[in-house]
Design a protein around this ligand. Structure first.
Ligand SMILES: Nc1nc2c(c(=O)[nH]1)N[C@H]1C(S)=C(S)[C@@H](COP(=O)(O)O)O[C@H]1N2
Ligand SMILES: [Mo]
Length: 264
């Protein structure tokens, strides 16, 4: 709790320091440093952009989300939504995900596909994070996996990269023209992608990731609301623009009125 308050104070202080025209200054900084979220100018106005820019300037790559103790783990972890209905997913699930692969391509030197067994041989970590859904509920759970940054280093991210885009098994069309992609997908900027607490998780509370929580692998971005933590992952796409994916807002949820930037 105290860390959250401290961060809020810091953000407030940032705006105060920017003076009475704080938002104007933040908007100017946003423009100057390229801190424009991909949904800017579509649904959300300059205030939204200014908030994103101010948060991005004040929360560097090294500002950490709170980590909790085992005793804080919630007894009940709500599942949001149903597992993907498609046949491929259910075939892979029935086979214990032995034939599942995580594909990673786009602006990377070595486009790759990894099996679950290969990913489990990466240096593993556990983190106890709070996860909050934008719809109001939250829980604390322990996640086991590896930092996304480890994978990004393995495949060699190119310097032009600005976003990592995540597709799950409830996404369709991510192999073809990305403008026609359907279903759940989301993206994070490279600041969140390289962040040491941004992990790909295959375990939860000491077990394999339960189906409803995103088996076999999900993203956990502890500095953003739960919606950013894409479940049932199949494909990570590294890119310099999201303007050619779906409607170009950087996430499917934005098309339904949610903000792309969901920092907490
Ligand atoms: N593939 C996929 N990922 C998803 C979702 C989804 O519907 N499909 N829902 C998101 C939302 S809105 C939230 S709050 C969290 C919920 O995670 P949980 O089911 O583990 O609580 O997953 C996110 N990741
Ligand atoms: Mo959510």
């Amino acid at each position: 709790m105290s860390e959250i308050i401290t961060r809020r104070k810091l953000i407030a202080a940032g705006f105060t320091a920017a003076g009475a025209a704080g938002l104007g200054v933040a908007a100017w900084l946003a423009d100057r440093y390229g801190l424009i979220p991909p949904d800017h100018g579509h649904i959300f106005g300059s205030g939204e952009t200014a908030t994103y820019a101010a948060l991005r300037l004040l929360t560097s790559r090294h500002s950490l989300a709170r980590e909790f103790n085992r005793s804080d783990i919630s007894k009940v972890a709500p599942v949001k939504g149903e597992p993907p209905e498609n046949e491929t997913y259910h075939r892979l699930l029935a086979g214990g995900f032995a034939d599942w692969r995580l594909k990673i391509n786009g602006l990377v030197a070595r486009p790759s596909a990894y099996s679950l067994a290969e990913l489990k041989r990466f240096p593993s970590e556990t983190h106890i994070f709070h996860q909050a859904c934008e719809e109001g509920w939250s829980f604390i759970a322990e996640w086991a996996g590896f930092p996304l940054s480890y994978l990004l280093n393995l495949v060699g991210v190119m310097p032009q990269a600005r976003y990592a885009v995540f597709f799950g098994f409830d996404t369709h069309g991510d192999d073809g023209d990305l403008r026609y992609v359907k279903g759940k997908w989301n993206s994070i900027d490279m600041s969140d992608a390289w962040h040491p607490q941004t992990i790909l998780a295959y375990g939860m509370n000491g077990h394999d990731l339960p189906t409803g929580h995103g088996a076999p692998l999900r993203l956990r971005v502890p500095r953003q609301l739960g919606g950013k933590s894409t479940k049932y992952l199949s494909h990570i796409f590294v890119t310099d623009t999201v303007s050619n994916i779906g409607k170009g807002y950087g996430a499917e949820g934005v098309e339904r009125g949610f903000s792309w930037y969901a920092g907490i």
